[in-house]
Design a protein around this ligand. Structure first.
Ligand SMILES: Cc1cc2nc3c(=O)[nH]c(=O)nc-3n(C[C@H](O)[C@H](O)[C@H](O)COP(=O)(O)OP(=O)(O)OC[C@H]3O[C@@H](n4cnc5c(N)ncnc54)[C@H](O)[C@@H]3O)c2cc1C
Length: 402
């Protein structure tokens, strides 16, 4: 930071203080990059995030995992139950992390604890945090100017981590491909009578998955994908009524349930930016891609964006190169494309195979699950690809600093 009168300068300005922005800022600062974080306080978020093993390794490498660990529950087993009433139904399939030599596929944590841990780590590092929203972002040949409510910031590169309705993306002139689904996710956390045994259970229904994910103790989070009218109907029920309904849908697997205050309603869509970077602005997290909450992919992709970009910028800094140079941004775009595309296709196909009444598509979904159940090497390959995608293993995800 330099100068008074609220004029800030840095090599890189990260815009947005959701998890993707905070991890970007921490990774850059830890990599020795002069970093500015422009982020108003985050909105209330009662959701949880299943962080897969690579993301947990990255957070540990950045020194942020220790504060998360007491609030996180391991995901040792994932069970998929076909709860559709259709003619063709898949067998129940169980994936165990131990089968691929892992203690857990990952950990589930409430977003508020994750964000709090990231704030603590950010405060320990040498980075400047401006607790305000960017009002405008304008790039030119040499850098980017960010208008703030009472001043401005100048950097050589802006990292747009400002979520699905990204100002940075619009400023870079980057369009998106978006499709809405006829589905809404109702989210809540709950306490239950029986232990979850570190097992996440995903009931596949005709309206989408109903997924219980362990939290520490006898608590779990629920992501319940419904048609929009039912989401409104269930969302309006009292805690007691909803607890009974959720227990019924969960086939009393975890016994009596008590829904906690703090529900969320999220209309589902899939959206990908046409480019991951342009004109000294690089996008990470939901500014670059939104995927439906199926298979815990969204933020895990976002953290791989953050790790990849920080690695490229730290490498450039070591060679005294411009962090906003077109070549660097083109490499970032190329490195994130395959990973994002493969996750997007997998999540979209799975979701649409649940929604469709087209028998052959249901047949393919059931056959895939049947084969995964029966063929050990296939099941293990699927698990490995789910946890450590072949298309993207940035250094942080391998336990190395950027
Ligand atoms: C129901 C549900 C369940 C999910 N579960 C999982 C899961 O289990 N695992 C997983 O990996 N992913 C999951 N996801 C996806 C995950 O929640 C998102 O990928 C993640 O929250 C995106 O983080 P982000 O930092 O990119 O964006 P956000 O969290 O949206 O953060 C963007 C931030 O930018 C700020 N901002 C906006 N405009 C400006 C501005 N002009 N200036 C400065 N700041 C600005 C906002 O205030 C906000 O804090 C789930 C999503 C949903 C909807």
């Amino acid at each position: 930071m330099s100068g008074a009168e609220n004029h800030f300068t840095a090599e890189v300005a990260v815009i947005g203080g959701g998890p993707a922005g905070l991890v970007s800022a921490i990774a850059l600062a830890a990599g020795g990059v002069d970093t500015l974080l422009i982020a108003p306080p985050p909105p209330d978020d009662h959701r949880t995030t299943a962080l897969l093993a690579g993301s947990v390794t990255a957070l540990a490498t950045l020194g942020a995992w220790e504060a998360c660990r007491p609030h996180a529950a391991p995901l040792k087993t994932i069970r998929i139950v076909d709860a559709t009433k259709r003619l063709i139904r898949a067998p129940e399939v169980t994936f165990a992390a131990a089968e691929i030599g892992l203690e857990a596929f990952g950990y589930n944590i409430e977003n508020r604890h994750l964000i709090a841990a990231l704030h603590v780590r950010a405060a320990e590092l040498k980075l400047t945090h401006i607790t305000a929203a960017a009002a405008a972002v304008v790039s030119d040949a040499d850098g980017v100017t960010v208008a703030l409510p009472d001043g401005q910031a100048r950097a050589r590169l802006a990292v747009g981590a400002d979520g699905a309705r990204s100002l940075c993306r619009a400023a870079a002139g980057i369009g998106t491909h978006r499709r809405s689904y006829p589905q809404t996710a109702l989210t809540l956390n709950l306490a239950h009578d029986r232990p979850h045994h570190d097992t996440s259970t995903e009931f596949h229904t005709e309206s989408g998955p109903f997924t219980l994910v362990p939290l520490p103790g006898q608590r779990s989070s629920l992501v319940w994908v419904l048609d929009p009218a039912s989401a409104v109907e269930f969302g309006a029920k009292s805690d007691t009524e909803l607890s009974v309904e959720v227990e019924r849908r969960a086939h009393s697997l975890l016994g009596k349930m008590n829904v906690e205050p703090g529900r969320g309603v999220f209309p589902l869509a899939i959206e990908t930016a046409d480019a991951f970077a342009r004109g000294r602005i690089a996008l990470v997290g939901e500014a670059a891609h939104v995927v439906p909450p199926i298979g815990a992919q969204g933020l895990n992709l976002g953290l791989r964006d953050a790790a990849t970009l920080a690695e490229l910028i730290a490498d450039a800094r070591r060679q005294n190169l411009d962090p906003g140079a077109p070549g660097l941004l083109a490499r970032y775009d190329a490195q994130r494309r395959a990973d994002t595309l493969s996750r997007r296709i997998a999540v979209d196909l799975l979701n649409r195979s649940l929604l469709t009444d087209f028998i052959p598509a249901q047949g393919v979904r059931c056959l895939s699950l049947y084969l995964a159940d029966r063929i050990g090497p296939l099941r293990r390959a699927l698990m490995r690809e789910g946890v450590t995608p072949a298309a993207s293993q940035p250094r942080l995800m391998r336990g190395e600093m950027v």
